[in-house]
Design a protein around this ligand. Structure first.
Ligand code: TRP
Ligand code: SF4
Length: 332
């Protein structure tokens, strides 16, 4: 039996290169060694998009197509939609009975996100409960590991504390304590050098066609200190160099690094090569993606089958939870 991983992604818009190299490739690779449960966290999306609910379903469909196109195997892995597995909501509710308010208020992302997302009122009950819903998501399936980014480590620490508290109060062991699975992923800068993000308007999307990729990459900033062709460049601060590392062969990357520092290559040529390589790199994914996007009904059917599989698995723990919490009426 392979150890289990569970992870979710919020459907709040289109996915971009940052998602692809930071999350999706990792999810795909983990399928070899783990029993994977991957889901579209649409209830989590609502914690910030409750006044913009129209984005949820289209984003979810797009995320699923992107995931399948990237290589998630709908047969081998359990790929599902959070809101189609009611057990997530039930467990979240039951855990809310024992979740101390102070613990929730102390989760760092709570205040951070409230400050970051200006223009969105996140002083809601739902948003405060975000880490608790995430806890339910993973412990429902006894996940051993949860592939997440650095920013989510505190959520898993919170989850482990909730598990211990549940076991202590209910005097019975039901759940596995989930650990984060941090994998080194390359940092993908946006076209302007800041972190790639929808909100910064500096992203290249998986849905972007060749022409758009070319246009966007043409505008990418390079080493800002390199004003003249004769100035030596600094690849470590150059976005185009960061993209070369994704799309260009190792040997060529080393050559570019040397030639850039020695002012033997100009940024225009360097960028042209990078664009050509990026365009080639994305072709197979784009072809695969087009197939999935053209079959939305099949994508939803697969997610439905996945949701049924997930619910059956979730139900095993819920039977124990209901019993542990005094809700066993001897009817099942
Ligand atoms: N909070 C995660 C994020 O923003 C998404 C998420 C929701 C998740 N539920 C999860 C991740 C469960 C891992 C496990 O990226
Ligand atoms: Fe960047 Fe290439 Fe210009 Fe060097 S030569 S600064 S790597 S674009």
């Amino acid at each position: 039996m392979k150890p289990r991983v569970v992870s979710g992604i919020r459907p709040t818009g289109k996915l971009h290169w940052g998602h692809y190299f930071g999350v999706m490739q990792n999810w795909v690779a983990l399928q070899k060694d783990y029993d994977c449960f991957y889901f579209v966290a649409d209830w989590h999306a609502l914690t910030s998009e409750y006044a913009n609910v129209g984005v949820i379903a289209p984003s979810a469909a797009e995320v699923l197509s992107d995931l399948f196109a990237a290589g998630l195997d709908p047969k081998g892995s359990t790929v599902f939609i959070q809101s189609h597995v009611m057990e997530h909501a039930e467990l979240h509710l039951l855990l809310s009975m024992i979740a101390p308010l102070g613990w929730l208020e102390r989760v760092p992302s709570y205040k951070d996100m409230q400050q970051q997302l200006v223009g969105k009122d996140l002083s809601t009950y739902g948003f405060l409960g975000y880490p608790l819903l995430q806890t339910a998501d993973v412990i429902l399936y006894n996940a051993a590991k949860v592939p997440v980014g650095e920013d989510q480590v505190a959520h898993l620490e919170f989850a482990r504390e909730i598990v211990r508290r549940f076991h202590f109060i209910m005097k019975t062991e039901v759940f596995t304590e989930p650990l984060p699975l941090l994998t080194k992923t390359p940092k993908i800068p946006g076209l302007d050098g800041r972190k790639m993000s929808k909100s910064f308007g500096n992203a290249v999307y998986l849905a972007d066609d060749e022409k758009t990729i070319r246009e966007k990459m043409m505008q990418a900033v390079t080493d800002p200190a390199r004003k003249f062709r004769t100035d030596p460049g600094h690849p470590e601060v150059c976005n185009i160099f960061a993209y070369h590392k994704l799309f260009t062969s190792k040997e060529k990357v080393l050559e570019i690094e040397r030639d850039c520092r020695a002012a033997k290559i100009g940024c225009v040529d360097c960028k042209k090569l990078c664009i050509a390589n990026a365009v080639e790199y994305w072709k197979p994914f784009q072809a695969e993606r087009a197939k999935w996007v053209s079959k939305p009904a099949m994508v939803m059917e697969l997610a439905e089958a996945g949701s049924k599989k997930a619910a059956a698995e979730a139900e095993k723990n819920m039977v124990k939870v209901r019993k542990a919490m005094g809700l066993d009426y001897g009817t099942d």
